[in-house]
Design a binder for this molecule. Structure first.
Ligand code: OGA
Ligand code: FE
Length: 312
């Protein structure tokens, strides 16, 4: 006979996945105050308007291995970096770029990886928001700000057009032609610099994000040599996607990520076979229970990834 106490014990052994309810920033139609282009590195960047919706974000802790880059569009991987403070740009290029390229080869089977940029985020968003609100100089929408804070709007870093532009910016014509005859992709590798509790990163199951909800937006960069954002892409602007709200989408995060683990995020994939994940919308989000914690510090490393032994 199965007693009720047996049932209770079994139920207790399978903890329910933790879910955080929060508001995410979606694409807002320009007729309602939204925008289809913006300038990075100026105070107006912090004043952009979005369409906020409350969603539930599920913690993947305990089932990290279930999520795959080619199916869900993201993958959690345990990987320690030789770099510790991530302060020196050249040191990051010398250490983090090659180890990230190798990591991507190991995980995806890519034959060639070219790391083309990175962003470190270490600034307080409250401070950035306060200066934009209070600082007299910041009342001018074009006043420069160099703060690099969590990106709290749903996006894919480069649209299809933006991704093709990145490839052209990084290779000469002949090599670009050759590399686009076989499968290629853009993958971001996101890593905490310190353990993350405030402002974690949420990733959307690529299968639940519809193409028709991805909205092209143009991002204008500050002049070259004027800080981190200027180096995000070779040109003066690039196209990315925002996302329109859709109630069917499924969001995830990994609670309290540490520097010895990364999230790989698919930005683009040339493969159109109807089943391989081609892009993964993502965003930083506010977790009410960690709002008072220390400023989040992280790095994202952006990589052009080539599968020269695979068809498009
Ligand atoms: C990324 C990204 C946002 C953040 O890694 O592509 O969008 O807040 N990160 O770290
Ligand atoms: Fe991003």
């Amino acid at each position: 006979m199965v007693t009720s106490s047996t049932t209770i014990t079994l139920t207790a052994e399978v903890p329910k996945p933790k879910v955080v309810s929060t508001s995410l920033n979606y694409y807002l139609d320009p007729s309602k105050g939204g925008h289809t282009s913006y300038q990075i590195g100026v105070s107006d960047y912090y004043r952009r308007k979005f369409d906020p919706h409350t969603v539930e974000i599920q913690d993947i802790r305990g089932q990290e291995d279930q999520f795959k880059l080619d199916l869900h569009g993201f993958q959690h991987v345990k990987h320690a970096s030789a770099e510790k403070d991530f302060n020196d740009k050249d040191e990051i290029k010398g250490t983090v770029y090659p180890e990230t390229a190798q990591l991507i080869k190991n995980v995806t089977g890519a034959t060639r990886v070219h790391v083309f940029s990175h962003i470190t985020r270490k600034d307080s968003r409250e401070e950035a928001e306060r200066s934009v609100r209070e600082d007299a100089a910041m009342q001018d929408g074009n006043a420069p700000t160099t703060k690099v804070v969590p990106a709290r709007f749903i996006h894919v870093d480069f649209s299809e057009t933006g991704s093709e532009q990145i490839l052209r910016d990084n290779f000469d014509h002949e090599e670009g032609e050759k590399l686009t005859k076989t499968r290629w992709a853009i993958i971001n590798v996101w890593r905490p610099i310190k353990p993350v509790s405030k402002d974690p990163l949420a990733i959307c199951d690529a299968r639940t994000a519809r193409d028709e909800d991805l909205m092209p937006v143009v991002s204008y960069l500050p002049p070259k040599g004027s800080g981190q954002y200027a180096d995000v892409s070779g040109g003066e602007h690039f196209e990315l996607y925002y996302k329109r709200f859709c109630p069917d989408e499924q969001w995830y995060f990994a609670d309290r990520m540490e520097p010895k683990e990364v999230l790989m995020i698919k930005i683009y994939d040339s493969l159109r076979d109807g089943k391989t994940a081609r892009r993964c919308p993502h965003t930083a989000f506010t977790n009410a229970s960690t709002e008072a914690d220390a400023t989040r510090e992280s790095i994202e490393v952006r990589c052009l990834v080539f599968f020269e032994d695979q068809k498009m």
